[in-house]
Ligand binder design. Sequence first.
Ligand code: SAM
Length: 352
Amino acid sequence: MAQRDFTTQMAFSYKETTGSHDLLKPFAFDFDHQVIGNALTIQADCIEWLSRIPENTLHAIVTDPPYGVKEYETEQIEKRAAANGGIWRIPPSFDGSERSPLPRFTALDEKERAIVRKFFTSWAKLVLRALRPGGHVFIASNAYLSQLVFSALVDGGLEFRGELIRLVRTLRGGDRPKNAEQEFPHVSSLARGCYEPWGILRKPLLKGMKVSDCLREFQTGGLRRTPDDKPFSDVIFSERTPKKEKEIVDHPSLKPQSFLRQVVHASLPLGVGIVVDPFMGSGSTIAAAEALGFSSIGVERYLSYYQMSQRAISQLSRIIVQLGNSSLNSAIELDTGSQSELPTVQTRIWDE
Ligand SMILES: C[S@@+](CC[C@H](N)C(=O)[O-])C[C@H]1O[C@@H](n2cnc3c(N)ncnc32)[C@H](O)[C@@H]1O
């Protein structure tokens, strides 16, 4: 297909994108893909995929990238599976409970940090082209690398719009100095992690454009208010991913539906358009979009995680999330007419 025809076909109005998964199919190019409800999932390297997306097309990105870039290299995934070396380590058990392997971002040396910076700057340049003006990027990070990752994204041309704090006890850090625990019983090497920082970035608006103009022309530029009509807040009380979600899928970085649905909901200010997760993993962001009835595209490079997502997306999207007095399950409630047989997650909201 000629690039011009392709661009015209993809630059459809936002109304057409909602609920029309056939219109998403051209985004699969020649990659292996699958349509699941309103979502298109693609097995590809997102760098290659993004470089093929026409300019000014996507409405939002919500993603949880490989923070240190290297922990999701095939070699590191295999070392993790064999519990033998690499960047993943088994942290000490806490309160008697077993903890899953975590990547050691503090172990990145100068050269590896330079690779992370370069990767995110180039990635931001691709995102900048593919997003519509005013399109938002929500990107997960961690306390050790956020400063590096966010500044690399700004170097790539994205506008920094603040940080979203996911309040969650990650159980990272807080340990006494290694092999000298007895000698220094009152010291921790690092603060214990109690939050996860997410960058909020945006493709700059066109020159002279106000948010209202951008909303009219591109359906982007702002953030959607919560279902109970409060501004989206940059602190979210969260939880570690509930067991019932981990039982659905065993990806090492699975994020909870209760959190992701709030973020995905905010990312499309008019509730319409295409939200993309270029580092889809097992598909929790796409499941959140599916639960909300949004059109979405997920891209995952690693075959076994891609295969996991095929089963997980519909199951995760059917989890019922209770947020105070409101819910973020609209599509499911409409579909099923009943919530009684579906797993429910209660979560706290920030009271104003
Ligand atoms: C932190 S995980 C995301 C997990 C996801 N939040 C979930 O719920 O499963 C990052 C994912 O990005 C994938 N990945 C890494 N580099 C990639 C690339 N260049 N293109 C597409 N996917 C990539 C990894 O295989 C991994 O599954």
